[in-house]
Structures are given as structure tokens and as C-alpha cells.
Write a protein of this length. Structure first.
Length: 283
């Protein structure tokens, strides 16, 4: 007696049989369905960091104060040139550090998140996107701690700067997109070539000095060329100008940098999605 059997073929890379929109639908569905996991992983990582530290959460407050204090000392000594701006230098540098530190903490955290979760990835079918997204929690906490420091300084120095605070999250979104887009891309490469994390770390170190965080943008000189092509210059500079009520310049470069940040995010998500199934085999 003949019997009919149905056979289901499971492909390792199902994205190949889907269109662009279907793949993006799968990406965002995966993120939404794993939002609880993202929060749980973030809470776990945060708890582990503070449990292994003598000062615990005090580090997130102590370090920003140290950094800001050092540059305020350099400025008061005449070593750092702030130009002719009428804005308080402590407010200027505190706000700049808040935005920069999100990028400088968030990008390496995303790149190193997959190797750090190697056992979890190889032993379970956990969402790899959730691991990447949860790594940005450390950067968010660092940003908000430093922004609270900015608010305290604004209350002491001039309360007029408090009126623009409600819009700060809107300015943070492009920086998150830029950091996360690069992080998604380089996290995959880091699985195959572990030197990528160190290379990016060195580039971030040099990027700090090539981005006007603790100084104003010079009008001439060799460094001006690097500042001009650096998208972080505009993603930090324009929001800081707006929040400190400085006449906003470079509106067009800022809009281009914002578009670039969202483009990187969407490309990074797709690149990560098509390589996600191979991560467990390489860790």
C-alpha cells in the first residue's frame, strides 16, 4: 500500500529565499519578540560589572567627573584653546563627553558582545540580535549619568540651558543608530578576525582627539580636514550647539550625518541578519 509523506526542508540561510522587505520584517519581528530577553541580558551584564567592582555604581559617577575635571583644569591653565565662545566651558565639555562616551562605549561593547556570550550562543538558540542590542545598555547608563551631571552644572551656572533638555533624546537617536550600525557590522567581522576589536579601539582613541569634544572647531590647519569628514563631529556638535543655545552651524552636514547613521543601521541589521546563523560555528 502506497503512503504519501510530506518532507520539510530546513535551510540554514532562509533569508536567501526572501525579499528585502520580508527579511527586514523578520529582523524587526525578532527584535520585538525578544525585547524581554534584551532587558534581561542588559540587567545581567550590568549586575556582573558592578558586583566585580569595589565602588560599584559609583564608578559611573566618579569617572565622568574625573574626565571633566581634568579638561577644565587644562582649560583654566591655558593648555586647551576654547576660542571666543561665551558658553561656560564646564557645560560645553560635559555635554560633549556625554554624547561621545555613548559612541566610544557602545561601539566596542557591541563588537565584543558575541565572543563574550560565546557559551550562551553555542549552547542555546538565543537571539544574537538581542545580545548586540543589550550591549548598548552600558552606553545608555553612561550617557544619562553624565547628562545628569550636565543638569546639575546648568542649575549652578545658568538655568536657561535647562529649557532645551527635553529634546536631548531626539538628538541621541542618530548617535545610537551610528554606533549600533557600525557595531552590528564589525561584530560579525570580529567573530572571524578578533583583531578587529583592538583596531576599532585604537581608531576610537584617535577619533577622540579628531573630534571637537573638548575644543571648538578650528577654522584652518591639518586637523580641520579630518574634523570636516568626521560624521561624529556633526552628530555631537550640532546637538550641543542647540542645547547650549549657540547659533547652529553645519545644518546640512548634520542632516547628511543623520541620514548616514540610519543608513548604517539598516545595512548593519541586514548584514548581521544574513550572517547570524554562522556565528555559533565560529565561536
Amino acid at each position: 500500500m502506497d503512503r504519501n509523506y510530506s518532507v520539510t526542508i530546513i535551510t540554514k540561510n532562509p533569508w536567501r529565499n526572501k525579499g528585502i522587505l520580508e527579511n527586514y520584517y523578520d529582523i524587526f519581528t525578532d527584535i520585538i519578540n525578544n525585547r524581554g530577553l534584551i532587558f534581561s541580558l542588559f540587567s545581567r551584564d550590568l549586575k556582573n560589572i558592578f558586583q566585580q567592582s569595589c565602588l560599584g555604581i559609583a564608578w559611573t559617577i566618579f569617572l565622568p567627573i574625573c574626565y571633566v575635571s581634568v579638561f577644565i583644569l587644562l582649560y583654566s591653565s591655558g593648555i586647551v584653546n576654547f576660542g571666543n565662545s561665551n558658553v561656560s566651558y564646564p557645560l560645553y565639555i560635559t555635554l560633549g563627553f556625554a554624547f561621545w562616551n555613548f559612541f566610544s562605549i557602545g561601539l566596542p561593547a557591541a563588537i565584543n558582545s558575541l565572543p563574550s556570550a560565546g557559551i550562551l550562543i553555542t549552547k542555546t538558540n538565543v537571539s544574537k540580535k538581542a545580545i548586540i542590542l543589550s550591549s548598548q545598555g552600558q552606553a545608555l547608563i553612561s550617557f544619562f549619568v553624565q547628562f545628569i551631571l550636565f543638569i546639575i552644572l546648568a542649575i549652578i551656572i545658568d538655568v536657561k540651558y535647562l529649557y532645551t533638555i527635553p529634546i536631548v533624546l531626539l538628538f541621541l537617536v542618530p548617535i545610537i543608530s551610528f554606533s549600533l550600525g557600525l557595531g552590528l557590522f564589525f561584530s560579525i567581522i570580529n567573530v572571524y578576525i578578533r583583531d578587529i576589536a583592538n583596531i576599532v579601539g585604537v581608531l576610537i582613541y584617535f577619533g577622540f582627539f579628531l573630534t571637537p569634544i573638548f575644543y571648538t572647531t578650528p577654522n584652518f590647519g591639518t586637523i580641520n580636514m579630518f574634523i570636516f569628514i568626521n560624521p561624529i563631529t556633526y552628530l555631537i556638535g550640532v546637538p550641543r550647539q542647540f542645547l547650549l543655545q549657540i547659533p547652529v552651524t553645519d545644518v546640512l552636514p548634520y542632516l547628511i550625518a543623520v541620514i548616514l547613521s540610519f543608513f548604517l543601521l539598516f545595512i548593519g541589521l541586514f548584514f548581521f541578519h544574513i550572517n547570524e546563523d554562522n556565528i555559533g560555528d565560529k565561536l
